[in-house]
Every structure is written in C-alpha cells, then in structure tokens.
Design a protein around this ligand. Structure first.
Ligand code: ADP
Ligand code: MG
Length: 226
C-alpha cells in the first residue's frame, strides 16, 4: 500500500555567506494513512525543516518527498500549494488566528479560501474541542489554550488526510498542553487523518503511536565546492 508520506534519505542545506549550513540530515520518513507520529530531537536538529518538506513549503537539497503518491519535486510552488491545501492541515506554536474574527469565523476561514466542504461544521468542531459557548469570542477574549484549540479546529475543518503540528503546545503550561494534545489526537483519530507532531515533551509524544528522533546534522561546514 502507498504510504501517505514517504521520503528517501533527506538533506537540506542553506548557503550562509560563504558557508553551507546543514539544516537537516534524515534517513527517511514514512507515515501511513491514519497513524500518528511524534518527532523529537534537540533544538536546531531540523524538526521544523522536516515538517516544511513534508508540507511542500520547501524542497530538499537532496532526496525526494512523496505525499499521497505524488513526488513534490515534480510540482512547482503553485502545484505544491494546491496539494497542501487539499491534503494537509497545519498547527504551529503560535495560533496565528486573525484577531478581528470570532473563533467560529477563524475556523471557517480555510473553507472560504479554498471552497472545500467542511469535514465537520465549524461550530460542531469547536464543541468537540471543548469550546462550546465560545464561538463568538475573538482571540483576545480567549485563553492561550482555548486559542490553540481554535487553531486545531481550523487545521482539521477541511478534512485533511495529514495534520502537521510544529510544537503546538510549546507556548502553553503543562496542564493546557496536555489538554490540547489529547484533543488534537482525539479529533485526528475521529477524522481518520494522519498526524505528525513535533514536540520536546515526552508526555506529549506518548500520545502518538510512534516516536521518530532526529539526530542533529553536523552544523556549519565549508562552502560548497564550485
Ligand atoms: P528545529 O525545528 O529542530 O529547532 P530547524 O528545522 O528550525 O530546527 O532548523 C535546523 C537548523 O537549520 C538550525 O541550525 C537552523 O539554524 C538552521 N536553519 C534553518 N533554516 C535556515 C535558513 N533559512 N538559513 C540558514 N540556516 C537555517
Ligand atoms: Mg522548530
């Protein structure tokens, strides 16, 4: 069966003046439909870089990323954006909610932008995430944990096959972090989506079916041979 995410060995390097910075060196990632994977590793080891490759936000210096059978390097920026919009929902450490829209309007926004049918009604999703009665509040009127739950609802409202979460609880206290992750994993399973969750916190990681650890790549090297 085709994996939802399948990569070859990956290398990501950036030019920084005359030096080359290795941002990620990874033997390869495979994620099946519906499974949940925690990605752990030291700060700077390339976790966000890896998530960016899987989302098609960047392409590797070496290696290939396949998303639902499509090689992302065969697509241009627009093609990757289209595939991402259809297949992927993303949650970041900062909630990135629009401050002048209510919780429900924030959740509905991706549907308005893409014309997608909702996997669940925005209001029902908010209720599922424990935000009943808070639909009409703007982000300023919600706590950090509540805002992050709105961000989770927004990430899944279009029914993504893959949810990518980059330290979604990094800005929350322990109790809120646990609540958000339990709800994130709960809604992911209910919708049958796969989840790749970057976290520093072993308590968060153990909610996932599997843990992948990234070893830091050798940092800065000499400039590339010309
Ligand atoms: P993590 O999310 O694990 O903390 P990142 O993926 O953000 O790590 O970054 C991995 C490494 O690559 C870090 O050392 C970072 O400084 C470097 N890096 C990331 N993006 C760039 C860039 N655009 N230019 C130069 N170095 C970068
Ligand atoms: Mg990061």
């Amino acid at each position: 069966m085709t994996a939802l995410v399948a990569t070859t060995e990956l290398l990501v390097q950036h030019r920084l003046g005359s030096a080359t910075v290795t941002a990620l060196r990874h033997p390869g990632l495979r994620v099946e439909e519906g499974e949940s994977v925690a990605v752990m590793g030291a700060s700077g080891s390339g976790k966000s870089t890896l998530l960016g490759l899987v989302a098609g936000l960047a392409v590797p210096t070496r290696g290939e990323v396949r998303l639902a059978g499509t090689s992302l390097s065969t697509l241009d920026d627009l093609g990757r954006a289209g595939l991402r919009r259809r297949l992927v929902g993303m949650v970041y450490q900062a909630d990135n909610l629009l401050p002048h829209l209510t919780a429900e309007e924030n959740v509905a926004l991706p549907l308005a932008l893409t014309g997608q049918q909702p996997a669940a009604e925005p209001g029902a999703l908010l209720a599922l995430l424990g935000l009943d009665g808070l639909h009409n509040r703007i982000p300023d009127q919600l706590s950090g944990g509540q805002r992050q739950r709105v961000a989770v609802a927004r990430a899944v409202v279009g029914g993504p096959r893959l949810v990518l979460a980059d330290e979604p609880t990094g800005a929350l206290d322990e109790q809120n972090a646990r609540g958000v992750v339990e709800l994130l994993v709960g809604v992911q399973r209910r919708l049958g989506a796969a989840l790749v969750l970057v976290t520093h916190d072993p308590d968060v990681a153990r909610h996932c079916g599997r843990v992948v650890t990234i070893e830091p790549a050798a940092g800065t090297g000499p400039g590339p041979r010309s």
